[in-house]
Design a binder for this molecule. Sequence first.
Ligand SMILES: [Zn+2]
Length: 210
Amino acid sequence: MPNENSMSNLPPWILNDGDEAYIATDYLHIIEGRRACWKCKKQTRVIGLGIGEYVHIYDDGRRPRYEIGEDYLDPGEEVHLAWTDREEEIPPKLLRYLKKNYSVKTGYSKTAGTCFANHCDCCGAIQGNWFLFGEPDSPLSSDAYGTELIIRMEQLKIKAIPIEDDLKLNWDLVFCDNDYAYLKYGQFEEVILSDDPENEYVSYEELYRG
Ligand SMILES: [Zn+2]
């Protein structure tokens, strides 16, 4: 987690490709759930990405400013669902892990065009990003209440990848009041992407090495 002093003078270029940016600190996440494939009706795994602690950088109209995204409980207790339509926005080492372990790839759908997306484990049909990341009914969404929220979250695997360096990520984030529920009710496990036996926190260099 960067401290305030190190970020008090943000360089103007930090927002060069948008009017806001998110910098993930400490962990990246993979949120794994299941749904019935719309085409073959069989159960298939679907995943989202996630960030926990982060720094939000935005432009107040005059210069870049920042806020540290700690929740009102304890730091690190929330996970926010994330995705990107462009696989080049995912650090290469994480992308290789995702493609090796899940049916994710860049595909094509009539409604969304070319996009990085989940595909059915059984029949290979593309599973729409809009449904998974834009709809409260998604098995990956924490936008549910009471018993329904708990049951939905208990079916999720929350994989946490320790990261050594803070990462600026151009991912689309989904914020919800119930984002504490992923870690409270989901099945937590750590995924170590670092090849360094002395350090389980994967470095920027290792994540982005080609
Ligand atoms: Zn299918």
